[in-house]
Each structure stands twice: as structure tokens, then as C-alpha cells.
Design a protein around this ligand. Structure first.
Ligand SMILES: CC(C)(COP(=O)(O)OP(=O)(O)OC[C@H]1O[C@@H](n2cnc3c(N)ncnc32)[C@H](O)[C@@H]1OP(=O)(O)O)[C@@H](O)C(=O)NCCC(=O)NCCS
Length: 174
């Protein structure tokens, strides 16, 4: 039985162990880590999937403040989703979908900032409408596969065609 709770309630060391198990130790070299460098996790939107009866962490989903800087230098804030991780022994049991469904429920569809992520479109597009269609002109602070740079935003939301995705540190001192 899976319960979704705030990730902030979980010991951060357990989350690191889960991420190592799902993505391997080299995970921190991924470009996604550079997009969120220097920012603080959005606690209200970061979730854990747990088996309460056995007190086991099954999965986690983190969100971060990111921004797309357009050619004119204007920053367009977005929510960077990821990593989404399910423990290898518990994958394909609906836990990833439960985490993303809970996140999307938490957001007001019409008012939410665009959600951006680097992930498998075969999963995130199929179940949650994350698509690479509108990210073709975007760049990242490291190597990336354009097919895996995904955004989820209502069709009527205008997204810059070109821009550089990076951390959003508007509230931090320079
Ligand atoms: C990707 C991940 C979050 C999915 O969560 P999950 O709980 O295992 O998957 P769910 O149970 O919600 O969904 C299962 C369905 O998604 C499909 N699926 C799972 N991972 C997939 C992937 N990476 N690509 C395509 N389809 C995938 C399964 O085949 C299954 O489809 P089916 O119902 O038709 O059989 C999880 O497997 C994970 O943490 N993987 C390790 C990290 C990783 O490889 N991430 C790659 C994407 S960034």
C-alpha cells in the first residue's frame, strides 16, 4: 500500500540512497543537476511514496525553481520536475504515476507555471502530456538529448521559442 507524503518528512540520506539505486552514483553529473544548481527544492511540491506499514521509502519526486531566459534576457519562471525515482525493486507498480498524479493535483492546472523536465517521453508524454514539441529551440547548461527535454503547459500558454534553461535564483542574493 503506497501513501504519498511530503518529501520533507523523509531523512535526506534515505532519499540520496534511493536516487543512487534508481540512477546510479554518476547521476550528479547529469545536466539536470546543473539546471537546479544553487536553488532550494520546492518543498510544497516535492513528494515521497512510502509504505507506511513497513516504514519504507518507495519513490520520490522533487521540484525546483527554474527559468528560461529568452533572447531579450527576460526570465520565464518554470517548475523543474525531477528526479522522479522509484526503487528498482518496486518499479512498474504504479508508484511513478502516483507521484506525478499527486503533483499535478497539487497544482491548479490553469494557473501553474510550466513544468519542465528531462526524461523519457515514452513515459512522461504517454501518461502526463510532457512533450518535446515546444522545447526544440531551448538550450541547457550541459549536454542533452532534445527528445528528452520535455515541457507540460496548457496549449494557450505562450512559451518562448528560444531560450536558455537554468536555475531561478530571483530570491537569492547575488
Ligand atoms: C521511470 C520511473 C519513474 C517510472 O515509475 P514506475 O513506478 O516504475 O512506473 P509506473 O508503474 O508508474 O508505470 C508503468 C508503466 O510505465 C512504463 N514505463 C516505466 N518506465 C518507463 C520508461 N523509462 N520509459 C517508457 N515506459 C516506461 C512501463 O512499461 C509500464 O507500462 P505498461 O503499464 O504499459 O506496462 C521509474 O521506473 C524509475 O525511477 N526508473 C529509474 C530511473 C529511470 O530510469 N528514469 C528514466 C526516466 S528519467
Amino acid at each position: 500500500m503506497t501513501t504519498i507524503i511530503p518529501l520533507a518528512e523523509i531523512d535526506p540520506a534515505l532519499v540520496e540512497d534511493l536516487l543512487d539505486a534508481a540512477f546510479g552514483k554518476q547521476r550528479t553529473e547529469r545536466t539536470a543537476y546543473k539546471v537546479r544548481e544553487g536553488t532550494d527544492m520546492l518543498e510544497g511540491l516535492s513528494l515521497a511514496a512510502v509504505n507506511m506499514a513497513e516504514n519504507i521509502l518507495l519513490g520520490s519526486l522533487q521540484c525546483w525553481p527554474a527559468a528560461l531566459t529568452d533572447d531579450a534576457g527576460k526570465k520565464h519562471p518554470m517548475i523543474m520536475v525531477g528526479p522522479v525515482a522509484v526503487h528498482p525493486e518496486c518499479q512498474r507498480q504504479g508508484i511513478g504515476q502516483a507521484l506525478l498524479t499527486a503533483l499535478i493535483k497539487e497544482l491548479h492546472e490553469d494557473e501553474s507555471l510550466p513544468l519542465v523536465m528531462i526524461g523519457d517521453p515514452a513515459y512522461y508524454d504517454r501518461f502526463f502530456d510532457f512533450s518535446p514539441e515546444r522545447t526544440g529551440g531551448w538550450t541547457l547548461p550541459g549536454p542533452w538529448d532534445p527528445e528528452r527535454l520535455l515541457v507540460r503547459a496548457p496549449k494557450n500558454v505562450v512559451l518562448p521559442e528560444k531560450g536558455k534553461l537554468g536555475p531561478w535564483k530571483a530570491n537569492k542574493a547575488a
